[in-house]
Design a protein around this ligand. Structure first.
Ligand code: FAD
Ligand code: NAP
Length: 306
């Protein structure tokens, strides 16, 4: 039986594991992939205090390394279920069942799909959700980037180092991205914007996508835009399928907590992007993680007194 089981090794989960293990608690950190979470899909981070700029995977490595030093255990596992058994919780993965006195959920979210014709067909054949992973395949090519948030605009900028041309297709005439990122994109000669427009269909041949049917929401006109690739950044959905029967999420699947990261199940906490919150950033994820890592210690001390 572990004192704490942390589910998800992104910035929030790694920080929670660090704080809990530094409090001398036995910690198991469960992750279904490589530690780092979204950091592994991020080219450069330049808003994490202490670093002018740092590659996402490098920051992930720096967060992960100290965990072993403080005795946190790390295991691979896809968590499918959380069972609240009162004094302790059971975590069911695809291959094991673990017991923990407390649980910290840090599963983050995943990219949303556009849900248009051709998206599944051309995924991996021109359609991508990860510029860091696939950008280099598009040297001197024309790319479409879909979305108007931080991810779309920042990754469009990243893609200009490979692509000859990047067209950002956004459904409104105003970006949601932070102003500093917007200004950089407006000043980049390789980036242009297709406003008030949405992708109706992704088209291609037997090998690759070759373009998209794009409709203007104001004029209702539809045209075919040729392109060699498309990067889709239209928001995120919470990864909470495993917890849907526990009553800790809202109707959209985000986990509700108080400011101490407590869910409505005693001993179960949630941190980072998976929470219902206003600002989903690395800084806020690590802030949440530190609070929960400390709180599990306080909770276990209180339980001893009962
Ligand atoms: P995540 O980083 O999403 O980590 C969650 C982890 O949980 C993942 O490793 C996942 O594999 C694991 N997991 C999920 N479900 C399960 C399960 N069932 N079982 C086991 N493991 C599971 N923020 C910034 O501050 N600066 C930036 O420059 C920046 N750039 C970004 C660029 C992109 C393209 C994106 C998408 C986001 C960016 N962000 C940036 C946001 C930032 O990455 C997130 O806010 C942060 O990673 C959230 O951390 P987290 O630990 O809550 O979740
Ligand atoms: P987001 O902020 O939710 O933006 C999603 C964008 O996609 C919005 O512009 C939205 O349009 C558009 N969109 C949504 N559904 C669509 C659809 N079906 N068709 C076409 N367009 C659609 O998501 P995100 O950009 O991935 O950012 C997620 C979180 O990570 C945010 O909290 C963000 O701040 C953070 N992040 C931070 C950084 C950074 O700090 N440098 C970088 C990346 C991400 P509308 O604008 O019209 O709603």
């Amino acid at each position: 039986m572990f004192d704490v089981i942390v589910i998800g090794a992104g910035p929030a989960g790694m920080t929670a594991a660090l704080y809990a293990s530094r409090s001398n608690l036995s910690v198991l950190l469960l992750e279904r992939g490589a530690p780092g979470g979204q950091l592994n899909n991020t080219a450069e981070v330049e808003n994490y205090p202490g670093f002018d700029r740092i590659m996402g995977p490098d920051l992930a490595d720096k967060m992960f390394r100290p965990l072993e030093k403080f005795g946190a255990k790390h295991a691979y596992g896809i968590v499918n279920e959380l069972k609240d058994l009162g004094d302790y919780k059971e975590i069911v993965t695809d291959s094991e069942v673990y017991q923990g006195k407390t649980v910290i959920i840090a599963t983050g979210c995943e990219h949303r799909h556009l849900g248009v014709k051709g998206e599944t067909e051309f995924a991996g054949r021109g359609v991508s959700y990860c510029a860091v992973c696939d950008g280099a395949f598009f040297r001197s090519k024309k790319l479409l980037v879909i979305g108007g948030g931080d991810s779309a605009v920042e990754e469009a900028l990243f893609l200009t180092q490979f692509a000859s041309e990047v067209v950002v297709v956004h459904r409104r005439d105003e970006l949601r991205a932070q102003k500093v990122i917007q200004e950089r994109a407006f000043a980049n000669p390789k980036i242009s914007f297709m406003w008030d427009s949405f992708v109706e269909e992704i088209i291609g041949n037997q090998m690759m996508m070759t373009g998209a049917k794009i409709r203007n929401v104001k004029t209702d006109e539809c045209h075919e835009e040729t392109a060699d690739g498309m990067f889709i950044y239209v928001g995120l959905d919470p990864l909470t399928e495993a917890f849907k029967n526990t009553g800790i999420t809202n109707e959209d699947g985000w986990i509700l907590t108080d400011e101490l990261m407590r869910t409505n199940i005693p001993g179960v906490y949630a941190v980072g992007d998976v929470r219902e919150k206003h600002l989903r950033q690395i800084t806020t994820a690590v802030g949440d993680g530190s609070i929960a890592g400390q709180q599990v210690f306080n909770y276990l001390e209180e339980q001893k007194d009962k």
